[in-house]
Design a protein around this ligand. Structure first.
Ligand code: UTP
Length: 291
């Protein structure tokens, strides 16, 4: 019986330069997608996948995240006094979502380094990594789908999307072959960071969800800075692949890169259209635009 995946690490120590100037002061994880900060989508996905403990890796200027998931006494008292019970429930709901711990990454030394910062809190058990920039809309939460594969297979699982054409060069890409029994599983033999289109070993692009065995920590400790002088998570995973099986998993659902301005716009439009309270009105508004 495999150990249960109980903890999820959220690397949120990056600078968010693609979203400047909005992210000069506001952490990109706190930008609103419709009316919820980006990071809350990931936190809710983790909770709905059975995660019990969330570990957010933060950095300089990221304090707003801690405040967001904490009680806000002034706000709650004011809403109560004004009889705004629905809004009060929203505010209180956020602060009681989950058990959350914070670890500060003193310098943004890379995604691999951010994950390594969670070593003490994770300990010796398998764990999930959720990149909050990747918001995934799915009937069954993406992480839940991956935990099911982990429970079945016992090895690390990396979420992938099938990317056609030269766009693959923007991603980490898996080498290997589709599983004969389950076409959503990719038996991984290697991985390349941002390959040239002609050299990409497959169409399987790595998306921001991972389930990793704790062996990754020792390997990340030995990982030298790679591309951009940063400690890369993919370098650590490549070392893990020499010792353990790793599976790519094509999740069911749609992913939006909301760390990117265009991705945020796509997500905003599609999430707004799905809203019960104003989706129809928004659809009519869009139809009326002379495009
Ligand atoms: P990105 O490269 O997308 O994030 O890292 P970034 O550096 O914040 O963004 P841009 O490219 O400048 O706009 C992927 C994930 O890894 C985290 C980021 O917060 C993001 O969730 N990260 C990256 C860290 O936690 N620490 C780091 O040192 C680097």
């Amino acid at each position: 019986m495999n150990q249960k995946v109980r903890k999820a690490v959220f690397p949120a120590g990056g600078l968010g330069t693609r979203f400047l100037p909005a992210t000069k002061v506001i952490p990109k994880e706190m930008l609103a997608l419709v009316d919820k900060p980006v990071i809350q989508y990931g936190v809710e996905e983790a909770i709905n996948s059975g995660i019990e403990h969330i570990i957010i890796i933060t950095g300089r200027g990221k304090g707003a995240m801690e405040d967001h998931f904490d009680h806000s006494y002034e706000l709650d008292a004011t809403l109560e006094r004004r009889g705004k019970t629905e809004l009060l429930a929203v505010s209180k709901g956020v602060s009681s979502l989950a058990r959350i711990s914070y670890v500060r990454q003193k310098e943004p030394l890379g995604l691999g380094h951010a994950v390594l910062c969670a070593k003490e809190l994770v300990g010796g058990e398998p764990f999930a990594v959720i990149l909050p920039d990747d918001v995934i809309d799915a009937e069954v939460p993406c992480l839940k789908q991956m935990i099911d594969i982990f429970d079945e297979k016992g090895g690390s699982v990396i979420a992938t999307a099938t990317v056609e054409g030269p766009a693959i060069s923007a991603y980490g890409c898996l080498a290997g072959a589709m599983d004969k029994q389950n076409p959503r599983i990719f038996n991984t033999t290697g991985m390349v960071e941002k390959p040239k289109f002609e050299e990409a070993p497959s169409k399987q692009a790595i998306i921001g969800r991972y389930i990793l065995t704790p062996r990754i920590f020792a390997l990340l400790e030995e990982t030298k800075p790679g591309a951009g002088g940063e400690i890369q998570l993919t370098d650590g995973i490549r070392a893990l692949l020499k010792e353990e099986k790793i599976y790519g998993y094509t999740f069911e659902g749609k992913r939006y890169d909301v760390g990117d301005k265009f991705g945020m716009l796509e997500a905003t439009v599609e999430f707004a259209l799905k809203r019960e309270d104003f989706g129809e009105r928004f659809r009519e508004y869009l139809k009326g635009l002379k495009l």
